[in-house]
Design a protein around this ligand. Structure first.
Ligand SMILES: NC(=O)C1=CN([C@@H]2O[C@H](COP(=O)(O)OP(=O)(O)OC[C@H]3O[C@@H](n4cnc5c(N)ncnc54)[C@H](OP(=O)(O)O)[C@@H]3O)[C@@H](O)[C@H]2O)C=CC1
Ligand SMILES: N[C@@H](CCO)C(=O)O
Length: 428
């Protein structure tokens, strides 16, 4: 048997406790699989005295994660505190500088500082692994880097924030408003301490930025993501989309186009019969398309103690087996700075509007769409008691620019009884 692999774990919250628990409960299995004994030398968190429901006896305590990261008896520094900067980044940098391998679940840090950290790790010859950072328990990093290494990746998309998917699917099943279900999710502890990270799409965009880099050999470009959260998704849209055969999802899409790298995280409609359309509750799904493999769909728990710790353990086991390799699948120095696509790939759009109910109103809308070059694919007007008429339109594929021109022109028609809602329909 090889030397023991000695771990230092900073962060003993949901994920950290899960990792300690698996290391304690599955010690024999992990040794059988890796050929090494995995031991914990030291741990760190904010409050030393807190009962965490798992024994920490036999592990040294460090108040300062940076000190923990540099300890002589630590081979692998496991960062599970979170936060894009602060102690997480400082301690990971310290660990790399001290020649320690690093495992982290911190998507925010990688999305914003991934390139610099990867360059530092590769210069020092240590591993920097982060399977848990994207889609929790789903082994999506490994799938992209290893299982699909022979493919040119054409598109990666998915639902990567369980809280948002919970909110959207609960709105549909309960018929309640966004505000009601947001409060419910918050009460159940499903949201991040700063809920804007979830509902603003930021957490999911961090994950998308990481996947883009691996898929397309580009430097992580979080700021290049066109980002929109779910705060403006209304129960009316969820109902209307369902009526037209769609579900609304916070969907991340990254693809390399002739116009540059297109990265989007926004509420989109997907067919209700598609795997993404059928994804319920807090589950995540990542869809990867490669030139040789075609399309593969990965589905599973994107968060929670067990699933996230499972992914952290996968990285620790790989390090124990001697697996190294570049951080984003190819040397960081060879990652290209991506050109950001200036426009979105053409798509069909869903439009919901309320029209003044008088002769010729619908004709004016149809004319405006036609003049902007936007063709109507399907249309539905509902029975109504109120003075305005609810109208749904699904367009043929069009550009966002043409649609925006039509929406601008609609303003001047005098037949709108409120601002129209436009949502992209993603081809899945
Ligand atoms: N929870 C999940 O399902 C998932 C989480 N992740 C990522 O995993 C990481 C950890 O998340 P999670 O376990 O949920 O977070 P928690 O908030 O549950 O735990 C954070 C831990 O870090 C400790 N900590 C915070 N600041 C410091 C500090 N300055 N010094 C030492 N310790 C500190 C806290 O100490 P104390 O307990 O004393 O307050 C706590 O133990 C994050 O990067 C998160 O984004 C990724 C995927 C899923
Ligand atoms: N807030 C995240 C946790 C996992 O990253 C989610 O809801 O998916």
């Amino acid at each position: 048997m090889s030397q023991p692999l000695r771990l230092g774990i900073a962060g003993l919250g949901t994920v950290g406790v899960g990792v300690v628990r698996i290391l304690r409960q599955q010690a024999a299995l992990l040794t059988a699989r890796t050929g090494a004994k995995l031991t914990i030398s030291a741990v760190s968190a904010r409050s030393k005295g807190r009962d965490r429901g798992v024994s920490l006896s036999g592990y040294a305590w460090e108040d300062d994660p940076v000190v923990l990261a540099k300890r002589d008896d630590v081979d692998v520094y496991v960062e599970l505190m979170g936060g894009e900067d602060g102690p997480a980044k400082a301690s990971v940098e310290a660990a790399i500088a001290a020649g320690k391998h690093v495992v982290t679940a911190n998507k925010a840090m990688l999305a914003l500082h991934g390139q610099a950290l990867a360059e530092a790790a590769e210069a020092t010859g240590v591993a920097l692994r982060y399977e848990a950072a994207v889609a929790g328990g789903i082994p999506v990093i490994k799938s992209l880097m290893e299982g699909l290494a022979g493919n040119e990746i054409t598109r990666v998309m998915g639902v990567m924030n369980g809280s948002c998917n919970y909110i959207l699917t609960r709105m549909e099943s309960s018929g309640k408003t966004y505000q009601d279900i947001f409060a419910e999710a918050d009460g159940l502890g499903y949201l991040e301490a700063d809920p804007q990270l979830d509902v603003g799409g930021i957490d999911a965009a961090h994950k998308l930025a990481i996947l883009s880099s691996i898929a397309f050999g580009t430097r992580v470009d979080f700021d290049g993501i066109q980002l929109e959260g779910i705060e403006r998704v209304s129960i009316d849209d969820i109902r209307a989309a369902a009526d037209m055969g769609y579900k609304i999802k916070l969907l991340g899409v990254t693809e390399k186009t002739g116009r540059g790298l297109e990265q989007r995280m926004q509420p989109c409609l997907v067919p209700d019969t598609s795997p993404l359309g059928q994804l319920e509750g807090g589950t995540n799904m990542v869809v990867i398309e490669g030139d040789a493999v075609g399309q593969i769909v990965l589905r599973g728990a994107g968060a929670g103690e067990g699933p996230t710790a499972s992914a952290v353990l996968a990285d620790i086991c790989d390090i124990a087996r001697g697996v190294r390799g570049p951080v984003f699948g190819q040397p960081a120095s060879t990652l290209e700075t991506s050109t950001r696509a200036s426009s979105q790939r053409p798509a069909a759009y869903y439009l919901r509007m309320a029209l003044v109910d008088k002769p010729g109103a619908l004709a004016k809308i149809a004319t405006v769409l036609g003049e902007a070059g936007v063709s109507i694919y399907r249309m539905r007007q509902y029975e109504h008691d109120e003075p305005s008429a609810p109208v749904l339109i699904v367009t043929h594929k069009t550009t966002r620019a043409a649609l925006d021109a039509a929406l601008d022109a609609m303003d001047g028609t005098g037949v709108l009884a409120g601002a129209p809602v436009a949502l992209r329909i993603e081809e899945v």
